[in-house]
Every structure is written in C-alpha cells, then in structure tokens.
Write a protein that binds this ligand. Structure first.
Ligand SMILES: [Zn+2]
Length: 431
C-alpha cells in the first residue's frame, strides 16, 4: 500500500494513543512520509518545515485508525444464513465486498482481519487494496471456513443438491481437516477460520452448547496450519469448545462466550486474544422480533449475550486481551455499524472509552501480527489515524457517526472524513 510523502501535523485535540494510557490534552501528532514522527503535547512539539499540511482536530480526539478484528467483507447484509451461499454468484459478491471495504475505511477502520469470506474473495480483495485499485482497510484474509459435516455451517439439506464449497470446507475427521487446510494454503489465506461450536442461530441441532468439530479435527487443523505459518481461529461458544480450541493451540478465540475458570486459565496461560462480538447478539435480541426471528433463537441470543458479557468482563479483569469485531453483514447488524461494538462495551459491559479504544486499536493490530506497524499513535508507526470532532471519553458513540470524522488517515493519506478530496480512479493500477 502506498504511503504519503511530505509533512502533516494534527493539533487542537486530545490524544488517545491506543496503549491504554491516559489521554493527552492539547496534543499534536506529526507525520513525515506516512509515518508518525511526534506524538505528545502541542507545547513540546518540534518545528515543522514550510509547506506542512495542518489538520485542525477542532477540540476533538486524535486516535489510531480502528481495527475490525472479525470482519466478513463478503457478507452483504443478508437476512438469512442461506443467502450467504446461494443468493448471488461470486462475481457480484466480489463487487459487494469491495463496497464493504470502502465503507469500513470511511468508518475509520484502517485495518481489518477477515473472519471468513465466500470463495477466495478476501485474498484478492486484499491484493486490490494493497495495490491501490480499490480503497479499504489493511486486510488479513481467511477465505473459506472449516466446519464438521452436519455442523453449524452445513445448513443446505442434501435433497437440494447444493454444494457448500464457496462458503465452507466440510470435514469428517482429522485427515479431512488437514486436507482442508492444505486447500486454504494454496488459496493464499493467512488465517484459518473454523467452527468448533454451534450457535443460537441453529437451535435444533447446532445450538450454542453443541460442538461442531472434534478435538482431533481441531488439532490436525492447527498442526497443518502452523506448519505452513498460518494462524487458526474459531467460532467458540460452548465451554468445551473453547477449551478444545485453547488446548489445540488456537491463536485467537472468536466469541469465547461461556468461559469457566478452567477455560480462563487456559486462555491466560498463552495470552490468547478473544473477539467477543457482542453487538451482534444485542442487535439480534433487539431486532429479532421485528424480522420474524423464532423465539427460541432470540432466547439463545439473550443467553449468549449474557454469557459473553460476563466472560468479556472476566477476561478484562484478569488482564487478558480482547479485540473488537462484530460479525457485521447481516440485515439487522449491517456493514457500517462497526463502531457500535465499542459503544456496547462502554454502555453495557462497563469498559472505559480508553480501554475499549485500546482493544479496537493496539489489540487489533496485535491480533493481525502487525503491532510493530500500526495500532498505536507512536513514533515510527504508520500514520493510520482517526481525527474526530468529539471528546470520545465522554461520547464514544461519536465513532458511529461518519459525519463527525474530520479525517481518516492511512499511511499519511487522508482517505476519508470531511477533509478527504474525491478520489479519481488511477487506471494504471487496474491490472
Ligand atoms: Zn463471524
């Protein structure tokens, strides 16, 4: 991805640097050639050369670009799970994914880790973003997901004669788990997304207390993936599924809903980050009745919301790491709502805005394995920054409102926000 040249300063705001440190009032951030050269009090800032671009934070907040840690670029705000694999062909889904990526960047998300993608779209979406063909977050790809036959993601009945190969690799046994990972290695993914457990969405045979993969299958996936330098994550709600994932060597845990003492201990032993994605559950409970969601499903989402909220609190209090990401891409939890996750954690889980911003920036970058490049406002890091006209310590929900964004910077370029100029497609990039 290109980086800007020249000098930029951002001043007249408070700095929340993503480390969890107390905000710095009257702060300034300086950028040279796409990298941060100063971050601290405006009074202590060095001189800048003539011709420097100045961004006025208008008394608001300067913070790192946000990281969506559980991003589904190909989920196109579907109303039903079946839509994900049979409604549109891959050609159209690819275009929708590019639109979702642009939207995420406009929403202040300068990086994102895919939590699964139809076909191999996110691998190629990443290439297009890196090449400057289309705007979007710095991506980590994961392609197709892995689930046991008959598990949560295996919803098409056999009589329909519909394959699931665009969405999931369905496995029976450790050998098929290894074969699935080898397919993904060839696809070029960085993360292997699996389904160790069920979910409230499937109350009949794969509810949130069921397992969808065996320990042997999960262990085979991890061994094969790690051998090829890929990381592994999984949809983990049921307590036993969380423990299986931690014992099998998973690199992150998605949801981590029903943690008991032993699961928490296993988690902390290896300091494995968890991405709870609670706003999805909240939205399901709130909007479920309007969209005809069965009561059993709504009840399951409520239990998931309660369990997930309690687990998130325990993880934070025990010194564990949480990433912010939220399964956006469903009709009742659409793309563009990403920052509602942060508001939920402040309003309903009891995190401070500074804590939740750390989860959404530094921890997100750590999850992506790129904390040395971005995720905090520190000298030497890429200038992936967000400038908002609000005091986020008192108004975290301002992050939900793009009209409050003065600038979204990525590698020092103003990519979105009120100061962004309209981009003109560079035809030379399209190759
Ligand atoms: Zn997901």
């Amino acid at each position: 991805m290109d980086i800007a040249s020249g000098t930029t300063t951002i001043a007249n705001g408070r700095l929340i640097d993503g480390t969890g440190a107390a905000p710095v009032a009257n702060a300034a951030v300086h950028v040279l050639d796409g990298h941060i050269t100063y971050a601290g009090s405006e009074a202590g800032a060095p001189q800048v050369p003539p011709g420097t671009q100045h961004i006025d934070a208008e008394g608001g907040t300067i913070l790192p670009g946000l990281v969506e840690a559980h991003y589904h670029p190909t989920y196109f705000n579907v109303a039903a799970l079946e839509d994900l694999d049979i409604k549109y062909p891959v050609e159209y889904v690819s275009l929708l994914a590019a639109a979702n990526a642009r939207l995420a960047l406009e929403c202040g998300y300068t990086a994102a880790r895919s939590g699964g993608s139809l076909f191999n779209v996110d691998v190629w979406l990443k290439k297009a973003i890196e090449a400057g063909v289309t705007p979007g977050p710095r991506l980590a790809s994961s392609g197709r997901e892995i689930c046991g036959v008959g598990g949560l993601m295996d919803w098409n009945p056999d009589f329909r004669k519909i394959g699931m190969e665009g969405l999931v690799l369905l496995i029976n046994g450790a050998d098929e788990g290894r074969a699935a990972v080898r397919d993904l290695v060839k696809d070029g993914v960085e993360w292997v997304k699996t389904y160790p457990t069920g979910d409230a969405a499937a109350p009949d045979t794969n509810d949130h207390h069921t397992l969808c993969m065996t320990f042997d299958e999960m262990h085979a996936v991890v061994q094969t993936a790690h051998n090829h330098h890929l990381k592994v994550t999984g949809h983990c709600r049921a307590t036993e599924g969380i423990k299986n994932a931690l014992r099998a060597g998973y690199d992150t845990i998605e949801h981590g809903t029903f943690m008991d003492d032993e699961a928490l201990e296993l988690l902390l032993q290896r300091d494995v980050p968890v991405i709870p994605a609670l706003q999805f559950e909240y939205a399901s409970v709130v909007h479920g009745p309007d969209i005809g969601m069965p009561q059993a499903v709504i009840d399951g989402h409520q239990e998931t919301l309660d369990g997930g909220t309690e687990s998130a609190r325990r993880i934070l209090n025990a010194g564990g790491r949480l990433g912010m990401g939220g399964d956006y891409g469903f009709a009742w939890n659409p793309h563009g709502d990403y920052a509602k996750e942060l508001s939920f954690f402040v309003e309903h889980v009891g995190f401070s805005p500074v804590e939740v911003i750390k989860c959404a920036t530094r921890t997100g970058a750590e999850i992506m394995g790129r904390a040395d490049e971005f995720g905090t406002v520190a000298v030497g890091k890429l200038a992936d920054l967000l400038v908002v006209d609000a005091d986020l310590q008192n108004e975290i929900s301002a992050l939900e409102d793009r009209s409050r964004f003065i600038a979204v910077l990525q590698g020092g370029f103003i990519r979105a926000g009120r100061l962004a100029t309209v981009s003109v497609t560079d035809a030379s990039r399209v190759r």
